[in-house]
Design a protein around this ligand. Structure first.
Ligand SMILES: *Cc1c(COP(=O)(O)O)cnc(C)c1O
Length: 398
């Protein structure tokens, strides 16, 4: 195990699969045509694009005309939200509903809209990391244009009642968008039976390449363009398509969906072993619902520790994990996701996210179960906060 890196930060990004790499290769050399060119070389690229669109549509049960390629999950989120907001405003609908624990690609887009005069309702997340369809129903108003609720949370892995929320939105005539970046390729998605109007996905979260994603937009829901220019993506997203990336994304998603059941069975087994092993550490707790969570997600708080210290110690022992989302580790603010679950600042600071993929092995899990307690002990030894807990100066939360 020494000198080998154990990668358990798959919610931040995943390694590309051999299938995705193989699918990409021809587009780095032989198939270089611009899909908009009418000649043979261009048309080869255009056909590849068309095939990829069909494959991705098949994986989420929509029509290929409802798929728009983007530069990733963030762009898809931005486009979906801004589009519905601006079209809604024309009809006097300037209210949007979301949750307090969305990804920043959603939250920051909504902050921008608030500055422009839109009103946003942030639904509280229950302590198990789940919002209910009933919460959404109660928040809908006459002037609500959009509900955007993530499919699965990127930090605590909880899966939201998407089909039920979609049903309520459909009945109320409100557009329903879901950021499914963590869900795509990992849990079943069917935009028809789950009543989804718009959905974002990103290739690098399911063993595809970085910098490419897709937005599904149901026929009949108007879509505004963010990037002006050529007529690519039926005029909704200008710019020469990332043909190789798109083909590779389609190959990765197809593979992930074909192997979904076997992969999640494997990951759930490893995940549950890891959770049971780590909860043996004193004053620890699992964040997010134990059952309704992504097959690969483990998120645990250790009282009297700091996520950043845990990470650095784990890294020196060859374990690559995360203390929350990759986007927030640069700041020392505790994660907005853990705070939204009602955890106090002190506890939210000491959290560790271990996100597995089907590439992880039981041997790796055993090594993590052996190593984390040592690291927690080391970090607690130098923590004045832990000291105060031990002497009774501060009361234990967990
Ligand atoms: C990673 C992630 C994104 C951002 O996707 P990019 O392709 O990196 O822009 C958005 N939402 C969620 C839930 C994510 O996990």
């Amino acid at each position: 195990m020494k000198n080998r890196v154990i990668y358990v930060d798959n919610a931040a990004t995943t390694a590309m699969s051999d299938t995705a790499i193989k699918a990409l290769m021809p587009y780095l050399k032989e198939v270089y045509g611009n899909p908009s060119s009418l000649h043979t070389v261009g048309q080869l690229s255009n056909e590849a694009l068309d095939g990829a669109r069909e494959t991705i549509a098949g994986c989420i049960n929509c029509d290929k005309k409802e798929i728009y390629f983007t530069s990733g999950g963030s762009e898809a989120d931005n486009q979906a939200i801004l589009s519905v907001a601006y079209f809604g405003a024309v009809k006097g609908k300037k209210h949007i509903i979301t949750t307090a624990f969305e990804h920043h690609a959603v939250l920051h887009t909504l902050n921008k809209l608030e500055k422009e005069g839109f009103e946003v309702t942030y639904l509280d997340v229950h302590s198990n990391g789940i919002v209910t369809a009933e919460d959404v129903r109660r928040a809908i108003r006459q002037d609500t244009a959009l509900v955007t609720v993530m499919f699965a949370n990127n930090e605590v892995g909880t899966i939201q009642p998407i089909a039920e929320i979609g049903e309520i939105c459909r009945a109320a005539g409100v557009v329903f968008h879901t950021d499914a970046v963590q869900a795509a390729g990992h849990v079943p998605i069917d935009v028809k039976s789950q009543n989804i109007d718009m959905l974002s996905l990103s290739a690098h979260k399911f063993h595809g390449p970085k910098g490419v994603g897709a937005l599904y937009c149901r026929k009949g829901v108007p879509l505004k363009t963010l990037i002006e220019g050529g007529a690519q993506e039926r005029g909704r997203r200008a710019g020469t398509e990332n043909v190789g990336g798109i083909v590779s994304m389609a190959a990765a998603l197809k593979e992930a969906c074909a192997n979904m059941r076997a992969n999640s069975e494997k990951m759930e087994k490893l995940r549950d072993k890891l959770i049971d092993g780590l909860l043996k550490i004193s004053h620890s707790r699992l964040n997010g619902d134990r059952e309704r969570r992504l097959p690969g997600n483990v998120n645990i708080c250790f009282e009297g520790t700091e996520g950043e210290s845990l990470l650095l110690h784990l890294d020196s022992k060859g374990i690559c994990a995360s203390s929350g989302s990759a986007c927030t580790t640069a700041s020392l603010e505790p994660s907005h996701v853990l705070l939204s679950l009602g955890l106090p600042h002190e506890i939210a600071h000491g959290s560790l996210r271990i996100s597995l993929s089907e590439y992880n092995t039981e041997e790796e899990i055993d090594y993590i179960i052996k190593t984390v307690p040592e690291v927690v002990e080391t970090v607690r030894e130098i923590s004045s906060f832990w000291d105060d807990l031990q002497t009774g100066k501060i009361k234990h939360f967990i």
